[in-house]
Design a protein around this ligand. Structure first.
Ligand code: PLP
Length: 374
């Protein structure tokens, strides 16, 4: 079965054509804290909802089919990231993290895990620079394309180098999603993502997941979730399951829109630089083509100054000025307003939504006219 067919049918009873007459086609979420469980707990498929929930299982099966691995969901991307570091590393271990990764990942490892005795080494994503720091490492954490710079590294090559050193490899796969790039097939041990972004795509929930093929790794991730109580509510799980059916439609449209927007921005005099792996001028374009199926919704670009960027955002009629990305509604923000990323004051991260491209281009064009005076 094709991944798109699987996604459309995620959460439906099997086989969907044989749904019991009078039953909903798409079953609702299961709300429970405790399940009826007489006698031996092992005799009941479900006992207590911090351990398991049938709605979680449906979503985990669906994401797992995309990833090509067993999957556990978490209440946010950062909860999924924390599960990997906390369950796999011990004091004295070394983790290699991208210097240009999502800023909260850097802050989490630096502020917490390094004070727990784990050595954190940072190197940039571009040029596979992390390969140089792998000696003695227990975990290589990759983010490709990186957020917000959209640099790309060679996942297969880095995974081979890390495995030669005895390190596990985890990829933060948030920007492309498991439909756009499959880290496990490229040799990673763990694929991690914030499903708050494109995977669910409606800007209405937070979610994350970890996928792996090795049952021992999944057992550790599962154990961390059960003991730490880092769990998702059934309603969010069900919303995600519902959103997943349209992931192929959304991601294809967003990626097409992002590609056209990136090419348009390159042609504008007000734009100093455009960062998008789908552009032939991107330094890792050929590599991105070889390891990604979709280049994704995020396009970053450089305007002359803070004033130019603010003026552009203020005059856009369609871009919601908001953080996050991957939603059906196009959004953008001036990234330097948060601090934490090595970007200049005029740097904008734009997320292409599912609107008609003609409308987006007309809006970008008129908003860019206001940058010239700045
Ligand atoms: C947003 C994001 C995260 C964190 O996800 P949350 O769901 O906000 O916790 C991690 N990695 C990347 C690349 C992200 O963009």
């Amino acid at each position: 079965m094709q991944p798109t067919t699987r996604l459309v049918r995620a959460g439906l009873p099997e086989p969907p054509a044989k749904i019991k007459p009078g039953s909903p086609i798409h079953p609702g979420p299961v709300f429970a804290s405790a399940f009826a469980a007489p006698g031996e707990p092992a005799d009941s498929p479900y006992t207590y909802a911090r351990f398991h929930n049938p709605t979680w299982r449906e979503l985990e099966h669906a994401i797992g089919a995309l990833e090509g691995g067993d999957t556990r969901i978490f209440p946010s991307g950062m909860a999924a990231t924390t599960a990997v570091f906390a369950s796999l590393l011990r004091p004295g271990d070394v983790a290699v993290v991208p210097a240009d990764s999502y800023h909260t990942t850097r802050a989490l490892t630096h502020e917490f895990f390094s004070s727990f005795g784990i050595e954190i080494r940072f190197a940039p994503t571009a040029g596979n620079a992390q390969a140089k720091l792998l000696e003695g490492a227990g975990l290589l954490w990759i983010e490709s394309p990186s957020n917000p710079g959209l640099d790309v590294c060679n996942i297969r090559l880095l995974a081979e180098s890390a495995h030669r050193q005895g390190a596990l490899v985890a990829v933060d796969n948030t920007t492309p999603t498991a439909l756009g790039q499959q880290p496990l097939a490229l040799g990673a041990d763990l694929s991690v993502a914030s499903d708050t972004k494109s995977l669910t795509g409606h800007s209405d929930l937070l979610l994350g997941h970890v996928a792996a093929r090795d049952p021992e790794l999944i057992a550790k991730i599962d154990r961390w979730r059960t003991l730490s109580g880092s769990i998702v509510g059934p309603m969010e799980t069900w919303l995600a399951l519902r959103s997943l059916a349209t992931l192929p439609l959304r991601l294809e449209k967003q990626s097409q829109n992002a590609q056209v927007i990136a090419e348009f921005l390159v042609s504008r005099p007000q734009v100093q630089a455009v960062y998008y792996p789908g552009l032939p001028t991107h330094p890792a374009h050929a590599l991105a083509r070889s390891q990604m199926r979709f280049f994704g919704p995020v396009v970053s670009f450089q305007l002359a100054s803070r004033k130019a960027a603010e003026s552009f955002l203020n005059h856009s009629q369609l871009l919601v000025e908001a953080t996050s990305f991957g939603g059906i509604v196009s959004s953008a923000e001036r990234r330097a307003r948060w601090g934490g990323d090595k970007v200049s004051e005029g740097f904008i991260r734009l997320s292409a939504g599912c609107e008609a491209i003609e409308d987006l281009l007309a809006d970008l064009e008129q908003a860019l006219h206001f940058c010239t005076a700045a």
